[in-house]
Design a protein around this ligand. Structure first.
Ligand code: PEP
Ligand code: MN
Length: 367
C-alpha cells in the first residue's frame, strides 16, 4: 500500500520544543466547573500543550450520557482564556465542524466510530474545505489500515495539511488485557507509508484502565510515536464516561515526568555495532526466505504427486505429526509456543493453497 499525502510538520502548527505532543483532558465535558477544575490542574503540567474533551459523545447504547453538546464550547473558551491551553474536541458531523470553527477551537479530531464510515468522513471533509485547522484522525475501530489511510486522504484532499493520526487501538475478537488491542504493527506500517504524518498514541482507549497507561505511553515513545493523548479528570470516580481509564491530573504529571524520551537516531559510538547486527539480520532474513522458497518448491512437487495419484490435499495425520514435531523442536530452541503455532499455521495455509492451485489448474486444463 502507498499514499502520497504530504503533511506540514508538527512543529509548524504547535510548539513542542522537539518533545512529544501531549494532549490531555477529560473524556467528556460534563460541566463548566468540571472543565475548569481539571484544566487548572492540567495547566500546571509543563509537558501538556493541548486540552481535550468530548462535547458530542458517540455512545454504544441510546439513553447513555451523550455529551453536553454546543454549550460546552463556551466553557472551553473560558478554559483557554484562563489557562492558555490549546483546545481539541471531537467532531462527528458537519454541524459540529461549523460550531467548532465559530468558537476558536484549535484542533479537531475524528473519532474511531466516525472513521469507519467513509460517508461521514467525506461530509466532515467537505465542511472543512477552505479552513486550515489541524485535524487528527483516530484509527477506525477495526484493524483496517486502508480505512484509516482513506479517512486521512479524504481530509487531506480538501486542503487540510496540518494533520496527525491518533492510534487508539483496535477492537479484537480474542481476549486481551486491553480494551482495544494496540497492534503496533499497524501504526508502524502507517509511519512507513506516510513518513511525514505524525502519529499520536491514545493509551487511555487502548488500555481501558489506568494501570497500564504508563507502560503503553512509554512503548509509544519507544516506537517513535510523536505524541500522546491521555484522558484526565479532576475526579475520575465521578466521570460520566470512561471513568476507569481517566487519570487524576496529579498522576498524569507523575507519568509524564517518568517517561524516558530516547534518542531517535543512534549515537555514533554504537552505530557500527548496530550496523553489524542489522547486516546479520539482513543476511538471516535472506536465508529464511530462501529456505521458505525451497520448502514451497517441494510442496509443489508433492502437490503434483498427489494430483497424479488421486490423493487428497489435506493429509491430517501427517499435519498433526508435523505440528507435534516442529512445536517440540521450536520450543526446545527457545521459540514461544504462540509464535510457533502462528508461524506453522501460516506455512501450512500457504502449502494447502498452493496445492489447491495445482489441483484447479489441472482441472482448468482438462476443460
Ligand atoms: C474519545 O476520545 O473519548 C473517544 C470517544 O475515542 P474513540 O473515538 O477513540 O473511541
Ligand atoms: Mn473516552
Amino acid at each position: 500500500m502507498s499514499t502520497d499525502i504530504e503533511i506540514t510538520s508538527l512543529s509548524d502548527w504547535i510548539f513542542t520544543d522537539g518533545k512529544p505532543l501531549v494532549i490531555a483532558g477529560p473524556c467528556s465535558a460534563e460541566s463548566e466547573d468540571q472543565l475548569l477544575q481539571t484544566a487548572r490542574e492540567i495547566a500546571k503540567i509543563p509537558q501538556v500543550q493541548v486540552f481535550r474533551s468530548g462535547l458530542w459523545k458517540p455512545r454504544t447504547r441510546p439513553g447513555e450520557f451523550e455529551g453536553v453538546g454546543q454549550k460546552g464550547l463556551k466553557w472551553l473558551q473560558k478554559v483557554k482564556q484562563e489557562t492558555g491551553l490549546k483546545l481539541a474536541i471531537e467532531v462527528a458531523k458537519p454541524e459540529h465542524v461549523e460550531k467548532t470553527l465559530e468558537h476558536g477551537i484549535d484542533i479537531i479530531w475524528l473519532g474511531a466510530r466516525t472513521v469507519v464510515n467513509p460517508f461521514s468522513v467525506q461530509e466532515i471533509a467537505e465542511a472543512l474545505k477552505g479552513n486550515d485547522i489541524p485535524v487528527l484522525v483516530k484509527n477506525p475501530i477495526n484493524p483496517d489500515l486502508n480505512l484509516w489511510v482513506g479517512a486521512i486522504e479524504r481530509i487531506h484532499a480538501v486542503g487540510i495539511k496540518k494533520m496527525a493520526a491518533v492510534h487508539r487501538g483496535f477492537h479484537y475478537f480474542e481476549r486481551s488485557p486491553f480494551r482495544n488491542a494496540p497492534m503496533w504493527e499497524i501504526p508502524i506500517e502507517l509511519k512507513r507509508i506516510a513518513p511525514s504524518l505524525p502519529i499520536i498514541t491514545d493509551p487511555s482507549h487502548i488500555c481501558g484502565n489506568t494501570e497500564m497507561i504508563p507502560s503503553i505511553s512509554q512503548k509509544a515513545l519507544d516506537f517513535e510515536m510523536d505524541g500522546l493523548m491521555i484522558e484526565s479528570h479532576f475526579d475520575p470516580t465521578r466521570a460520566l464516561t470512561d471513568a476507569s481509564q481517566q487519570l487524576r491530573p496529579k498522576s498524569l504529571g507523575i507519568l509524564l515526568n517518568d517517561l524516558v524520551i530516547r534518542e531517535k537516531s543512534i549515537d555514533t559510538e554504537f552505530y557500527s555495532k548496530f550496523e553489524e547486527l542489522r547486516t546479520e539480520i539482513d543476511k538471516l532474513d535472506g536465508e529464511l526466505l530462501q529456505i521458505l522458497a525451497s520448502r514451497l518448491k517441494i510442496i509443489d512437487e508433492i502437490g503434483q504427486f498427489k494430483k497424479e495419484n488421486h490423493i487428497t490435499i489435506l493429509q491430517m495425520k501427517r499435519w498433526v505429526g508435523i505440528l507435534e514435531d516442529r512445536m517440540a523442536q521450536g520450543t526446545h530452541l527457545g521459540l514461544k509456543k504462540d509464535f510457533l503455532q502462528s508461524l506453522l499455521a501460516l506455512i501450512h495455509e500457504e502449502s494447502i493453497q498452493r496445492q489447491s492451485d495445482i489441483f484447479t489448474e489441472s482441472k482448468k486444463k482438462k476443460r
